[in-house]
Design a protein around this ligand. Structure first.
Ligand code: FAD
Length: 292
């Protein structure tokens, strides 16, 4: 089902999980276990990432196929155009279309940090170009990525929002945001979107805390602010106690999701990092509260 149709008809907020293809056999075994636990919660959909430059093309396809055909889940495939030729874009999207995938989030992707990848000379510079390329050729329900605190390379918040509006004007049907640790960023961002006429569903991404190291690295990469509240909460925990950190992380995310859901967001999208414990804890508590 198209996600826009799901949001229009479900009558309740959705919950969904982001997964990425495993790179090693050990990671694949862990991913399988995580999928079992996450699927048991009956998410409204799951999303699968796509490595820039086509680096995970096979792995992403296999994971999408497994989630859709073996697990019977609704799948949102992410697709990134960075470095790819128009023919390569068509080839990947034709494969997803043949698999009867209905939802695609069209992002730009970033230059790979390792190796000497050469982008194709005809590759598309921005996600808006990708959306303009896809829209007339495919009937996918198309998503766009957005950043409540602004994209890390953005010239300004205003310009970033203008480019987001362009993605919607060119055919994006919904938006999924990067995470933030203070809902104020999300609420202000949503208001600014509405003020300039972006009227598609905006689904907040939520990143649980998996470890302090991972939290700092990921926030550094995407520019998410680690708030004082979060820092103070972590500082008050017994040092090195991973169990206490995991519980704190779940509690923090449940509070954040509760506020978002009570404010009327269409759902919550959890960045699982291919793990299940935090997501299961968060969704279970939100279900107990009657919010999902
Ligand atoms: P764009 O919309 O193209 O924006 C990129 C930058 O360019 C921004 O700073 C914007 O302000 C600026 N810009 C946009 N248009 C113009 C223009 N016309 N002229 C000048 N400047 C412009 N990455 C992956 O590798 N794989 C994934 O599967 C993946 N999935 C994601 C899913 C979500 C929900 C999110 C939020 C991000 C995801 N990313 C993924 C990360 C994303 O690819 C990076 O953040 C990337 O740097 C930007 O992608 P974008 O689609 O937002 O790019």
């Amino acid at each position: 089902m198209k996600l826009t149709e799901l949001w229009a008809t479900k009558g309740k907020p959705t919950f969904s999980f982001e997964l990425f293809p495993a790179r090693t056999e050990k990671a694949a075994a862990n991913l399988d276990k995580a999928i079992e636990k996450l699927a048991a919660l009956e998410p409204d959909f799951v999303s699968v990432t796509f490595g820039a430059g086509g680096s995970t093309r096979e792995g992403s396809y296999q994971l999408v196929e497994k989630l859709k055909n073996e697990k019977g889940l609704e799948v949102l495939t992410y697709f990134t155009c960075y470095g790819l030729s128009p023919d390569a874009i068509i080839s990947v999207l034709d494969d997803y279309q043949a698999l009867e995938i209905e939802n695609v989030l069209a992002a730009r992707g970033d230059e790979p940090r390792e190796g000497d990848f050469e982008p194709h000379p005809e590759s598309l510079p921005y996600a808006s170009d990708l959306i303009a390329f896809i829209r007339p050729k495919y009937d996918f329900c198309l998503g766009a990525a957005a950043y409540p605190e602004g994209h890390i390379e953005a010239i300004s918040l205003e310009k970033d929002l203008e480019f987001l509006k362009l993605k919607v004007d060119l055919g994006a049907d919904f938006i999924i945001t990067n995470y933030c640790y203070d809902n104020r960023y999300f609420f202000e961002f949503s208001e600014r979107c509405r003020a300039i006429g972006i009227d598609v569903p905006i689904l907040p991404g939520v990143m649980p805390i998996y470890s302090i190291k991972m939290m700092n690295i990921l926030a550094g990469i995407c520019g998410a602010t680690i708030t004082e509240e979060l820092n103070d909460g972590i500082a008050a925990l017994p040092e090195g106690n991973t169990e206490a950190l995991a519980d704190f992380g779940i509690e923090f995310a449940v509070r954040q999701c509760t506020e978002l859901l009570e404010a009327g967001v269409p759902g919550i999208h959890i960045y699982t990092m291919d793990r299940s414990k935090a997501s299961v804890g968060i969704v279970t508590q939100l279900k107990e509260k009657g919010l999902l």
